[in-house]
Design a protein around this ligand. Structure first.
Ligand SMILES: [Zn+2]
Length: 237
């Protein structure tokens, strides 16, 4: 029975370490994803700044163009032959001036928002650099933790192998049968005559037999393999 108690302890630990390893690997993927998202957020804002700058350049050359048009129209004022042509020219000048004013207004707004955006972006870039450092530190910690768990797991698996070698076959199969059925708890201690799984008071005759610790016994109620916790064999496990 001592072997089985040891085996169960190992199995529980191994299961926990496997879960830890899986969780750790998931955590690493999540940390990578977090960094990618942070990078995308910065990039998006930088792209916006770029687009606004491009728009500003477009507007500036448009303003130059309208300026040229206005000048041309003004020069033509002296060449017009009749009142109709003169009116049309004035209308054209008026139109170009309005277009220029609108473009200038938009440039002003763009310059204001670009100023704010540039400030935000330099903050964002600094934030990203910090975030990268923080995330990499966390990644290293998780990686170390996963590797440590892997090593521990390897050791425990080797220990389990050697334990199974010395375990009588009938004991192992009884253990495996109950382990599968009992949700990972095949061996339970009896303390003060009470099963620690189902809380049944073990019948006195049964309990006396159990105290001798010389054969495989199970709880008459929950069918899990039982051992008497107070026996000296179990004190150092
Ligand atoms: Zn029981």
């Amino acid at each position: 029975m001592v072997y089985l108690v040891k085996l169960q302890k190992l199995d529980v630990t191994i299961e926990r370490q496997k879960t830890a390893e899986r969780d750790g690997s998931k955590k690493l993927v999540a940390l990578d994803e977090e960094l990618v998202q942070a990078g995308a957020k910065v990039q998006e804002s930088l792209n916006l700044e770029k687009e606004k700058k491009k728009r500003r350049r477009e507007l500036e050359s448009y303003i130059e163009e309208t300026d040229g048009n206005i000048k041309k129209c003004q020069n033509r004022q002296f060449q017009v032959k009749n009142n109709e042509e003169y009116k049309a020219l004035l209308k054209e000048i008026d139109y170009q001036k309005k277009a220029k004013a609108e473009a200038e207004e938009e440039v002003l707004q763009l310059m204001e928002s670009l100023e704010t955006l540039a400030e935000e972006n330099s903050k964002l870039k600094a934030w990203y650099e910090e975030e990268k450092v923080t995330l990499n530190i966390r990644k290293k910690e998780v990686e170390k933790w996963v590797n440590d768990s892997k090593q521990e797991l390897g050791k425990n698996e080797i220990e389990r192998e050697s334990l199974i070698k010395v375990l009588p076959k009938d004991m192992l199969s009884a253990y495996q049968r109950v382990f599968t059925r009992g949700n990972g708890r095949a061996v339970v201690p009896i303390i003060d005559g009470i099963c620690q799984e189902c809380h049944l008071q073990i019948p006195p005759q049964h309990f006396n037999e159990l105290k001798r610790n010389d054969k495989l016994m199970s709880c008459p109620n929950c069918n899990r393999l039982i051992f008497w916790q107070d026996h000296e064999d179990y004190q150092d496990i």
